[in-house]
Design a protein around this ligand. Structure first.
Ligand code: AMP
Ligand code: MG
Length: 492
């Protein structure tokens, strides 16, 4: 185990126009609020060192460790459908890359670490609330088995940041398989810098999609691979009820990880039209729009690659369209396979997709809790007495009954043994998700009362989302009418 990071940096070897070299800005009085032991060990880091004064100084940006080469990456993006030629890391620096225990290269980034040349009018800082939200939700996603950036640690800075009101400042240490976004490609494409696009594409192939290099058409293979990973990722989001909230192209990783947790949230009651983000007035990033938006974003990526796909523009566009056409079937296949598993089906039959969709429609019409409906189906699958726990989640419980008879007939044709089915269902239908009202309560305790124990407890609960945790049963419950959170804010 290393006492400190052993960096092996590659992005900072790319041409100078890819980033700005900038150190984090020191803060007055940092203190640690969380360190992720399991992730530290994956990164071959000693968690005790991270929690030491020297470790905290690094996590706060007060000490640049040996081997670090801090940079702010340049990127552009479409925000809510509108092109913005320059965004970039305005409140984050990549301090370096390290190779983890399994040989995977990981970025270590400080988010909230001060101004950079990309800050525009911003202060380069992060408030404690959004740092807590990102920590909790990204780690919950990881525990759910969904590709995501990770949270290695969080510190408070001892300084105040001014938002709608003064708030405690914080820095999150984010770990990602890289921070390259669709918007990174767009940065060069917007400048007609085809060499930049090619250099970036070659880098992404080498780092994330090495198999593409061996094909005769590496850039086509790159696009195919990104399309496939994104389709799989969004299917997984939908299967757990995740709403990203700001799927701008600068918030979409080309490595296929969930990135940039802002006004994100999980569904309580199932409704595909759900929008919680306060900045998404038109509902562009509603839960049910996410596959369509992912395709839209991938189309923007494909546009940047057109000059690399063929000599003739027409042929290149045809190639890009072919690659993009694979998105919908890939997404549908991943989503429906996941939905079958959620229903306890180990086999595939015609009509399964309709069976799943009909349940979703009934859930929407009856405001049924998404997470608990599926979780409780696990108990009902082997024992019809369990039906009560499902039907009670529906405004009109009788709406569930005809569907349940259909489902049982289908289960009877499925070869899986009843005991195995319950285990299989419980391993894909989480009991504990980061419910919005819980996150808000944790943030309020931390910000208003300096009480971090609810944060610690919620982290514990969310680290085992599929297990029964009798001590923490209350965390499985949906919000009451009064507890319901109607809007989330990115708070930047
Ligand atoms: P996000 O909302 O995190 O996707 O950020 C969009 C853009 O705004 C990115 O370029 C960020 O770096 C930048 N940004 C967000 N908050 C701040 C801030 N407090 N200071 C400077 N730049 C920021
Ligand atoms: Mg962002």
């Amino acid at each position: 185990m290393d006492v400190t990071f052993s960096f092996d940096n590659t992005y900072s070897r790319l041409p100078g126009r890819f980033f700005a070299r900038v150190d984090p800005t020191p803060v007055s009085n940092p203190s640690l609020i969380a360190v992720n032991h399991e992730l530290a060990q994956e990164l071959q880091l000693d968690p005790a060192w991270l929690a030491s004064p020297e470790g905290i100084a690094v996590l706060a940006g007060n000490l640049v460790p040996d081997g670090a080469e801090p940079i702010a990456a340049a990127y552009a993006g479409h925000q809510f459908g509108h092109p913005v030629p320059q965004l970039g890391d305005g409140r984050a620096v990549l301090i370096g890359e390290t190779v983890d225990r399994t040989g995977v290269r990981r970025d270590i980034q400080l988010k909230g670490s001060g101004r950079t040349p990309f800050s525009r009018g911003g202060d380069g800082r992060a408030a404690l609330g959004p740092v807590i939200r990102e920590y909790l939700v990204s780690e919950a996603m990881a525990a759910l088995g969904i590709p995501t950036t990770r949270a290695l640690a969080a510190v408070v800075t001892g300084e105040t940041v001014i938002r709608e009101r003064p708030l405690p400042g914080a820095v999150l240490t984010r770990v990602a398989s890289s921070h390259i976004r669709v918007g990174t490609f767009q940065y060069f494409a917007f400048r007609r810098d085809i060499d930049g696009v090619r250099t970036l594409a070659d880098y992404v192939i080498a780092r994330h999609y090495p198999d593409a290099a061996g094909t005769g058409t590496p850039y086509r293979a790159l696009l195919d691979a990104v399309v496939a990973r994104q389709a799989d990722l969004v299917a997984q989001w939908l299967l757990v009820g995740f709403i990203h909230g700001v799927m701008n192209t600068d918030n979409m990783s080309v490595a296929g990880e969930t990135i940039d947790y802002g006004p994100c949230a999980f569904l309580d009651a199932y409704d595909p039209a759900t929008v919680l983000s306060a900045i998404d007035q038109l509902g562009r990033y509603a839960y049910g729009n996410q596959p369509g938006i992912a395709h839209w974003n991938l189309t923007r990526l494909a546009e940047t690659l057109v000059p690399l796909l063929a000599d003739e523009t027409e042929a290149a566009i045809a190639t890009a369209q072919e690659a993009l056409a694979a998105f919908a079937p890939r997404f549908e296949a991943a989503f429906h396979a996941g939905l079958r598993r959620k229903l306890g089906l180990s086999s595939e039959r015609e009509g399964d997709a309709a069976l799943g969709q009909d349940l979703l429609d009934l859930m929407r019409d009856n405001q049924a809790d998404y997470t608990l409906t599926f979780r409780n189906l696990g108990a009902a699958a082997g024992d019809p007495a369990g039906d009560r726990q499902v039907r009670d989640l529906f405004v009109d419980p009788t709406a569930y009954d005809p569907w349940s008879r259909r489902w049982r007939r289908r289960l009877a044709e499925d070869p899986q043994a009843a005991e195995d089915r319950r285990t299989a269902m419980d391993s894909v239908n989480p009991k504990f998700i980061p419910r919005n009202h819980r996150i808000e309560a944790v943030i309020e305790a931390a910000v208003e009362r300096g009480d971090l124990s609810p944060f610690a407890e919620l982290r514990t609960v969310l680290s085992s989302p599929f297990d029964e945790q009798p001590h923490f049963e209350a965390y499985a419950a949906p919000p009451s009418e009064q507890q319901r959170v109607l809007q989330t804010f990115c708070g930047t």
